[in-house]
Design a protein around this ligand. Structure first.
Ligand SMILES: Cc1ncc(COP(=O)(O)O)c(C=O)c1O
Length: 371
């Protein structure tokens, strides 16, 4: 599959060509990944355009070597590599935002580094030092400043961690070696339709992940969520699945879930069953700043059925996306008027104002990156 360059993508985004969120564009070659969009408010399909530079580090005999910048290209991985057979693959997702002043700033990447290390522990991979990951993230952003679009676009940064020991007899043993590749991609909006409120199917039978991987950002979790998500789309026209095993709400396949109203924000308390979102934490902090009561506690499916307020998904990609409908098998509950609620909009705006350098960063969440 051909991949058009990020520079071409960002340039094309200013050419007045039309694009859609997913799939092949008009005029694109067969199988080519799409990069054309009308302007920078509607950048290419999320994650389809590699930025030109990646940063790679690997271990030798379990000891981490230096991070090196190189043109984005195929990785050399032995076909016996542990990750390819036994699933020792994890990753992260964060963004660098171009502010109204033109400065590009990372948002809370220290949290993503911590979480990547947690994933490495859960996958029993050699632990990448925080300083190494930090240097690699900064370097990848600095090297790709040219293709970092203005808001609402951003440079999405994707650290990838793979078990590389070439051993197909290690089904019950950890990988002694690992590779870290920090990739980047200029992105627009994750959900098609931008501000459109989403429909979630409530799934109480099948879990999103095995119990021991709830907190890990392991590739296996996304594979596990795929069947329920595809079925929810095909059968119910749902955008996402809200996993609520045993009637307790956890999260969707790629974002945390929040209930909101005029006075409060309610979400599941941190535990080992779900991914501890950086955006979730930021939204709760901003909610407290703005005088909302924050309740971190169990949310049951029964409570969802009678919730008289708003709901939203939080995540690096989703930002804070409004939820308009909850589907419980044959019953659908419409929240409010089915659109994005006012508290959701207020919190989303507050978060984006900080990310874009429009509001004071009182919590010290952003860090400028220079070329
Ligand atoms: C399963 C899952 N939950 C929650 C999130 C939100 O996390 P964050 O806000 O750190 O992006 C993500 C996205 O990374 C995710 O994949």
């Amino acid at each position: 599959m051909a991949v058009r360059s990020a520079a071409a993508a960002v340039a094309a985004s200013n050419d007045g060509q039309h694009g859609t969120q997913h799939g092949t564009q008009h005029g694109a070659e067969e199988g080519e990944i799409v990069t054309t969009q009308p302007d920078t408010t509607a950048l290419p399909a999320f994650g389809t355009v590699p930025a030109p530079v990646m940063v790679v580090a690997q271990t030798t005999d379990g000891v981490w070597g230096p991070a090196r910048a190189q043109p984005v290209d195929e990785l050399r991985i032995h076909p016996f590599a542990h990750a390819l057979h036994y699933g020792t693959a994890g990753f992260e997702g964060l963004k660098a935002h171009r502010g109204v002043d033109g400065v590009v700033r990372l948002f809370r990447h220290d949290r993503n580094i911590e979480r990547l290390r947690r994933t490495a522990q859960l996958l029993h991979l050699p632990l990448p030092p925080a300083e190494l990951v930090d240097a690699a993230i900064r370097e990848v952003v600095a090297a790709n400043l040219d293709v970092t679009p203005p808001a609402p676009g951003a440079l999405y940064v994707r650290p990838l961690l793979l078990g590389t020991e070439p051993n197909i007899g290690a089904a019950a043993a950890p990988s002694s070696d690992a590779l870290l590749a920090v990739l980047a991609s200029p992105v627009g909006d994750y959900f098609s339709g931008g501000g459109r409120a989403l429909t979630l199917l409530i799934e109480t039978d099948r879990p999103r992940t095995t119990p021991q991987f709830g907190e890990a950002k392991a590739g296996a979790n996304y594979a596990q969520a795929l069947t329920p998500t595809l079925e929810a789309r095909a059968r119910y026209g749902a955008d996402q699945v809200l996993f609520a095993p045993d009637g307790e709400v956890q999260e969707t396949g790629a974002a945390n879930f929040l209930l909101l109203d005029d006075d409060r924000v309610v979400t599941r308390a941190l535990d080992s069953t779900f991914l501890h979102g950086v955006t979730r934490d930021a939204v709760l902090t901003l909610a407290r700043d703005l005088g909302y009561r924050v309740e971190e506690r169990t949310v049951t499916v029964d409570e969802l059925r009678t919730w008289d307020g708003e709901a939203a998904l939080s995540g690096t990609a989703a930002v804070l996306a409004g939820v308009g409908r909850l589907v419980f098998g044959d019953d659908t509950v419409t929240l409010g008027d089915g659109g994005v609620g006012p508290t959701t909009t207020r919190l989303r705006d507050a978060l984006q104002a900080i990310q874009r350098g429009e509001a004071a960063d009182v919590h010290g969440w952003t860090e400028p990156v220079n070329g």
